[in-house]
Design a protein around this ligand. Structure first.
Ligand SMILES: [Zn+2]
Length: 322
């Protein structure tokens, strides 16, 4: 069996998958326990990969490598996390080399949104395409650009940070320090901020302080004006962002993933399409396909492994038409 480990490191849990060219063979999850530090995490990881192999009846000698993905900023060489607010004890830790040593397997590290994009490209909504852009609408807004089957990050390693495209020059302040990023509106953080502002302004709404995007989606579905406005703002931000991405890259396929993407079809698509049509004049907006993720929360673990297979030149057979 040709297989790799896919390791999706998150602030709370780490998903560990045994991934082959056709998809996930076996999947498990371990608590990350940031408070206990990366060394204790590595020990849990070793146990977990061992039992995954056992359960699948795969000989460890058949394993070809490991792909790991993590949130936050990575160094351009992809050896460590430079800054991830939810992974404090991992910041600066030599993550790639430590995993490589612990598992005795060649290991590739990539940003989580890039891994997500590659997963959708290889196994999911982009299967059969050469190019796509993936936008994850979660706590923040992540992005991944795949061009000619490669993750594009540029010499600075930050390419694909699509959540921080400016869509409202004087808009809401973003966690990155800029104003009016896509993330300022189309993320859970953005939604919570917009709700707090509406409540402070004394707007009439069924929502209350501390409500999450799920409650906001419910309220919008029931016709709550404030909730509907927030989804509209998020959709417009996304429409402006995608219009810019189209002219910057010429890519026609956009995959929307993570939590808020569940609200894309019912609550955002109409306003999104209207804004895209308004902003995109260099190309026919009807040529732009926007679809929701097909792999969901497995996209990153699958993409981390498939990307590692590509970086390690393992020659997985890609199912690309033409
Ligand atoms: Zn930003």
């Amino acid at each position: 069996v040709a297989a790799l480990f896919g390791i999706d490191l998150g602030g709370t849990n780490t998903k560990v998958g045994l991934v082959g060219p056709k998809g996930i063979i076996n999947l498990a999850s371990i608590p990350t326990r940031v408070d206990l530090g990366p060394q204790a995490w590595l020990e849990r990881l070793i146990k977990c990969t061992g039992s995954l192999l056992n359960q699948a009846g795969i000989d460890p000698s058949g394993m070809q490598g490991a792909g790991i993905d993590s949130p936050g900023g990575l160094d351009p060489e992809r050896t460590k996390i430079v800054f991830a607010p939810n992974l404090k004890t991992f910041n600066g830790y030599p993550l790639r080399d430590s995993v490589e040593k612990a598992l005795s397997l060649p290991t590739v590290l990539e940003n989580d949104a890039n891994a997500y994009a590659y997963g959708e490209f290889y196994f999911g909504a982009g299967k059969g395409c050469h190019d796509l852009i993936c936008i994850t609408l979660g706590t923040g807004v992540g992005g991944g650009i795949i061009i000619n089957q490669e993750i594009v990050t540029g010499p600075m390693g930050i390419g694909g940070e699509l959540g921080h495209i400016t869509v409202e020059p004087d808009g809401r302040v973003c966690g990155c320090g800029n104003q009016g990023c896509i993330e300022s509106y189309a993320s859970a953080t953005g939604f919570r901020g917009m709700l707090a502002e509406a409540l402070k302004a004394g707007r009439q709404t069924s929502l209350k302080a501390g409500d999450d995007v799920k409650e906001m989606a419910g309220a919008a579905g029931a016709g709550d004006k404030v909730a509907l406005e927030m989804f509209d703002k998020a959709a417009v931000a996304l429409g402006r962002g995608v219009a810019s991405m189209v002219v910057a890259t010429g890519i026609d396929l956009y995959v929307v993933g993570a939590g808020i993407s569940r609200s894309f079809e019912p609550l955002m698509k109409k306003a999104f399409e209207k804004e895209l049509k308004k902003r995109l004049c260099m190309a026919d907006p009807a040529l732009i396909r926007v679809v929701t993720s097909t792999l969901g929360n497995k996209a990153a673990v699958m993409g981390a492994a498939a990307w590692a297979a590509r970086c390690l030149k393992l020659n997985w057979q890609l199912d690309i038409t033409d």
